[in-house]
Design a protein around this ligand. Structure first.
Ligand code: GLU
Length: 498
């Protein structure tokens, strides 16, 4: 790399949402810029009028803000090379197209859609490897072209691909990739509506915005020879290219909406942490030599390099994302989780409960190893927010014994004598009852758990009882004693009948 500070860009076409592949491209550009003291630019490639989606740009910027990939220049953050919306740069593209025409590197083409379709069909029938424009309009005389233009005949501008050496891409990820010129079509540069195509606008902007490294998805690799020809025609120095591997579904097909979510906002809505998403997408096509898996953004900035981006397609594995999410959640400050949990509660059916922070913090601590998402603090342990409305029959079948009622009654009697029992007090009392009844503690633990939570799994039973508190535990056990014996009776009956 030259000692010039890198300038990189994320150049999405606003299609309505940020694709996870786009997030990866943005992230790698961001990391590369931050690591090397460079600038990260956001450029909106919005020249395709047919694909205009209301609100798409705001949504995109909001999503980038949410994950914390702050750009140095771009919409609402003008630098010296703006505007950063391509739709506001039309004159620039027009001027550059004219420059190419003047030098014979581009030409106006007046062919009708009918002719082009016919040509394509003819070439297909002749089984040509690739349908290409036949350069008919390149050979129009100056006068003919002028006449057509004055008559206002609809036209486009095409790149004039001339014969010559193979076009070579020296790509950081893919190494050397070579294209023969005969596979490169006389690409459209300006469309009939006067708007530039992706190719022209992208190259002109990358040059004018001083982009040093073009880091983008592999799907753009076949466009790169066209871009190189454009750089050559303008006499501009090439940027360094790095094409990132494709993202694949588990069956190695291209990542698609049909097999799962692809919009970052969908993952956000499902409760994934931004740290986890960034960590996960960072690993889609890149790894450290030690194959580490857990990173925060600062680690990534420190460790990222384009040289360690892989060629092979990267499988999008949601189970891994879940695992990473759980890891990030566990490493968070409890106070941060508390705030997130309060937000989740405010959106849940428990929104009217008045719960003390201390209470929620105890739940957070007790459930930490049992949740991957903040909302699982609610979904996996609703018993902290409401009394059980039912009792798990498989647990009753297995764990509720003839002496359960008696043992639980003894237990609540003991509890009722305690003043503000600690977690240890709950344990000591339970063990005393077990000792007096000459049975194992499990004989009380399991019935106590199902009676107070309705289910057979959860945090440690003494955590559960302590968090619920003495009074609540006594109420719940009393309630359960009115219901569970009948359930057990019914189960026994059913067993006899079968
Ligand atoms: N507008 C293109 C896209 O939507 C940009 C590709 C590139 O980075 O050159 O991804």
């Amino acid at each position: 790399m030259s000692n010039k500070k890198p300038r990189v860009r994320f150049a999405p076409s606003p299609t309505g949402y940020l694709h996870v592949g786009g997030l990866r491209t943005a992230l790698y550009n961001y990391l590369f810029a931050k690591k090397n003291g460079g600038k990260f630019i956001l450029r909106i490639e919005d020249t395709d009028q047919n694909r205009f989606v209301e609100g798409a740009v705001d949504n995109l910027i909001e999503t980038l803000n949410w994950v914390g990939l702050e750009y140095d220049e771009g919409p609402n953050k003008e630098g010296s090379v703006g505007p950063y919306f391509q739709s506001e740069r039309l004159d620039i593209y027009k001027k550059h197209a004219e420059q190419l025409i003047a030098h014979g590197d581009a030409y106006q083409c007046f062919c009708t859609t009918e002719r082009l379709t016919e040509l394509r069909e003819k070439q297909q029938r002749a089984k040509l490897p690739q349908a290409k424009y036949d350069k008919l309009c390149l050979h129009l005389s100056k006068e003919e072209t002028e006449k057509n233009l004055t008559e206002g005949k609809p036209h486009i501008v095409r790149l004039n691909v001339k014969g010559g050496d193979n076009v070579i891409i020296n790509d950081i990820v893919r190494d050397r990739v070579e294209f023969t010129r005969d596979v490169i079509d006389d690409q459209v540069l300006i469309k009939t509506d006067g708007f530039p195509t992706y190719h022209l606008a992208n190259v002109v902007d990358d040059y004018l915005m001083g982009i040093t490294h073009v880091i983008r998805g592999e799907e753009w690799l076949t466009s790169t020879p066209k871009h190189i020809l454009l750089y050559n025609a303008f006499g501009w120095e090439l940027p360094t290219f790095a094409h990132l591997p494709l993202l694949l579904n588990a069956d190695r097909s291209k990542l698609s909406k049909r097999q799962g979510d692809v919009a970052v906002e969908d993952y956000k809505a499902k409760g994934y942490l931004k740290e986890a998403l960034l960590n996960f997408v960072a690993l889609l096509g890149w790894s450290t030599s030690e194959n580490e898996e857990f990173f925060n953004l600062d680690d990534l900035i420190e460790k990222f390099s384009l040289e360690r981006v892989h060629k092979a397609g990267a499988i999008f594995n949601v189970e891994k994302l879940d695992w990473i999410n759980a890891e990030h959640l566990r490493k968070k400050d409890k106070s941060e989780i508390l705030e997130m949990l309060k937000v989740e509660l405010a959106e849940s059916k428990y929104k009217d409960l008045e719960l003390k922070d201390e209470y929620l913090l105890l739940i957070i601590e007790a459930m930490l190893e049992r949740v991957s998402f903040v909302k699982e603090y609610i979904d996996n342990s609703p018993y902290f927010f409401e009394r059980p409305t039912s009792y798990d029959e498989t647990v009753i079948k297995k764990r509720w014994k003839d002496d359960s009622v008696d043992l639980l009654q003894k237990y609540i009697q003991k509890l009722s004598l305690l003043d503000n029992p600690t977690k240890e007090d709950f344990e000591i009392a339970l063990k005393q009852v077990a000792e007096e009844a000459e049975c194992g503690a499990g004989r009380i633990i399991h019935p106590a758990r199902v009676a107070t939570s309705g289910v057979g799994i959860g945090p440690g039973v003494y955590d559960l009882l302590f968090i619920l508190g003495k009074d609540e535990v006594i109420v719940r056990i009393n309630d359960a004693l009115k219901v569970i014996p009948e359930i057990k009776e019914r189960i026994n009956q059913q067993k006899q009948n079968t």
